[in-house]
Unconditional design. Structure first.
Length: 137
């Protein structure tokens, strides 16, 4: 069952990444790979958030794995980031390559931390509302 859930979530994550890439290809014509950058930064935030938030919802562990590993794992893409960086280097766009790597590293960690913090705070809200519902009974 776990494999099936991860696979289904992975299909959804890959399709979301593809849609984001296609939508950016119509409006972004610069060397900087913005679609992959935004996809990975968004994925960093969501995975950081999921890490703390989803377990507090008392979801089944298979569902949590499917959302983190399947959905976000397929949505984000380190391999595309790496290939795009190598392409920038081999076409002598060293400045853009360096900017891409540094921004990806900095904002990836920053957004992971932000998502992690949001997940912790969101979990506190859920716990408080659960306690309030228990008191009202």
């Amino acid at each position: 069952m776990n494999y099936l859930l991860v696979g289904i979530a992975g299909i959804i994550g890959a399709l979301l990444r593809y849609l984001l890439g296609v939508s950016f290809s119509h409006c972004w014509f610069h060397d900087f790979p913005l679609a992959t950058f935004i996809t990975n930064i968004l994925g960093c935030f969501i995975l950081g958030w999921f890490t703390h938030f989803l377990p507090r919802l008392n979801l089944h562990p298979h569902l949590i794995t499917a959302l983190g590993t399947g959905l976000i794992g397929a949505f984000t893409t380190f391999s595309t980031f790496s290939v795009e960086t190598v392409h920038l280097i081999t076409t002598d766009k060293w400045g853009t390559a360096l900017l891409y790597v540094l921004l990806s590293l900095f904002f990836g960690i920053l957004f992971s931390w932000g998502g992690y913090q949001a997940g912790m705070n969101g979990g506190k809200d859920i716990e408080a509302s659960s306690k309030n519902r228990g008191e009202q009974k």
